[in-house]
Write a protein that binds this ligand. Structure first.
Ligand code: HEM
Length: 496
């Protein structure tokens, strides 16, 4: 008898839970908006939860199934609106930006102050204050000052490859060392020595900061973007706290040393220190230690994997397209024939390098989507549909980048799409590897420069070739929210 009662109670509880989770599933039908049919409690994300599709593939599939300017999906129980039309994307990201300033991502000062004060996680006036203070740090003039620091790291990369000549190498591992060296140097003013020390502590901690191999961390990351309320309930943090604490201590140590020895390096620490010194009495956002450290952690979390992952895909495609690789080498060497070393200016003048990297970022955008949260109800003039302020808007980057209407034969790796003549025909707001508008990637110039430098330094002296360990076609790691190779990028390095 007790057993039957317990079973009945359990069934009632499950049904109640199911009802509460799925009660909003009539939302899009009630608004007359076409939508992707939800499945059980997972909305449109069942294939992601089961690992059948990576987020990037899921967004492409949903985008391809719905041809209307916008359509609804359910991210688990929450209705979200996907906008497909470039004109609507322009309105959300640029024209009416004031009504779409924030991301729908977890941000809470008492639970995770580092994320709250990072540009990525900051909201509303905190974000506005931070962005206006930090923008001068990322101007081309300031980044040019960091160029010599980057060249030192590119030289270490070259020297490392010399030792690996003729061997098959997991490129992600090598490029991670390069990006950690650069970020450590440009953000913290320290030499991380990732090529010379097998397990450099800073490399271990930078890897741990956003390491999603453990189930708990990968769930945290997923919730930060798609179920922020779960983060509040369980007091979860965006980045690994042991790694964050280690990096904050390194940053504070570097700050102290800088003050004591009066060293100037034109890196992030110097630039932040200058911002702090020039604060006026009535400044609405003043930097304290935590806020300063949050910016250094942002550099690590936003700048490190993003660049090394993009670079891995670049070498993968170059290995699979020998003709592209040979032409790139010729153009880099032609530049070197005119000047002894690659300079900040000359690297920007290698047109084919820019075309190759642009095509890599089309085919492998780091993020499958970008989201924005309206700050008030918003009516689309075109249709009269009113978007309610609790509905998150999704910009489907992988859908747009693989839409044959915008990029014919989208699976093909074709840098010609970005030649001077052809790129004029790319429709605005269909190519968004760094986002768009006032909230786009602040590190874009920095990322492009460090990526071009690595490609040029490797390709000028080495050929990259596929081996039987190279995964063809590319498979994505389903645990990782960003587009990252599942099996690593294994290529042979040969001196040429
Ligand atoms: C290839 C490398 C990179 C790619 C593909 C990339 C891509 C992106 C994308 C798609 C966004 C979201 C933009 C939006 O919402 O409209 C973003 C934001 C951001 N990125 Fe990057 N990024 C890269 C490298 C970097 C680097 C090197 C840094 C720092 C040094 C950086 C710092 C940031 C920050 C701070 C934000 C948040 C900006 C804000 O909310 O105001 N990124 N990035």
């Amino acid at each position: 008898m007790i057993f039957i009662a317990a079973v009945v109670l359990l069934v009632i509880l499950v049904l109640l839970l199911y009802y509460f989770i799925t009660k909003d599933y009539s939302y899009w039908a009630s608004k007359g908006v076409p939508y992707d049919k939800p499945f059980l409690i997972f909305g449109s994300f069942w294939n992601i939860v089961t690992g059948k599709e990576h987020l990037a593939q899921r967004i492409r599939s949903i985008y391809n199934q719905h041809k209307t300017p916008y359509f609804g999906i359910y991210v688990f129980h929450q209705p979200n609106l996907v906008i497909r039309s470039p004109e609507l994307i322009r309105k959300v990201m640029v024209k009416d930006f004031d009504k779409f300033k924030d991301r729908n991502a977890f941000s809470n000062e008492s639970i995770d102050p580092l994320n709250f004060h990072s540009l990525f996680g900051a909201k509303d006036t905190t974000w506005r204050n931070l962005r206006s203070k930090l923008s001068p740090v990322f101007t081309s003039g300031k980044i040019k000052l960091m160029f010599p620091l980057m060249v030192d790291c590119a030289n270490d990369l070259s020297a490392h490859l010399e030792k690996l000549n003729g061997k098959t190498v997991e490129m992600g591992n090598v490029l991670k060392r390069y990006s950690v060296d650069i970020i450590s140097s440009c953000a913290f003013g320290i030499n991380a020595n990732c090529f010379k020390t097998e397990n450099s502590e800073i490399l271990v901690m930078a890897t741990r900061l956003l390491d999603f191999r453990s189930l708990s961390r990968s769930l945290s990351m997923f919730c930060a973007f798609f179920l922020p309320k779960v983060m509040y309930i369980f007091r979860l943090t965006f980045a690994d706290q042991t790694a964050a604490k280690f990096l904050v201590d390194v940053f504070k140590g570097a700050l102290r040393e800088r003050e004591e020895k009066k060293i100037v390096r034109n890196d992030l620490i110097d630039l932040l220190n200058n911002l702090k010194k020039n604060e006026s009495f009535d400044d609405s956002y003043k930097f304290d230690d935590i806020k300063m450290a949050a910016q250094a952690i942002t550099f690590f979390s936003a700048g490190n994997d993003s660049s090394s992952i993009t670079l891995s895909f670049a070498f993968y495609e170059l290995a699979l397209h020998k003709e592209v690789q040979d032409r790139l080498r010729r153009e880099i060497r032609a530049t070197l024939d005119k000047e002894k070393d690659l300079t900040y200016e000359s690297i920007h003048n290698i047109k084919y390098l820019d075309m190759v990297l642009s095509e890599v970022l089309r085919k492998y955008p780091l993020t499958a989507l970008i989201n924005r949260q309206p700050s008030e109800n918003y009516t689309f003039e075109e249709t009269g549909f009113t978007l309610e302020k609790h509905i998150t808007v999704i910009i489907p980057i992988t859908g747009l980048h693989f839409d044959p209407e915008h990029f014919p034969d989208p699976e093909k790796f074709d840098p010609e799409r970005f030649s001077d003549e052809n790129k004029r025909n790319i429709k605005s707001y269909t190519y968004l590897p760094f986002g768009e508008g006032p909230r786009s990637c602040i590190g874009q110039r920095f990322a492009l420069l460090m990526s071009k430098l690595a490609i040029a330094y490797v390709i000028k002296d080495y050929a990259v070739e596929p081996t039987n360990q190279t995964s063809i076609p590319m498979k994505y790691n389903p645990r990782y929210p960003f587009t990252q190779s599942k099996d690593g990028v294994h290529l042979r390095i040969v001196k040429v």
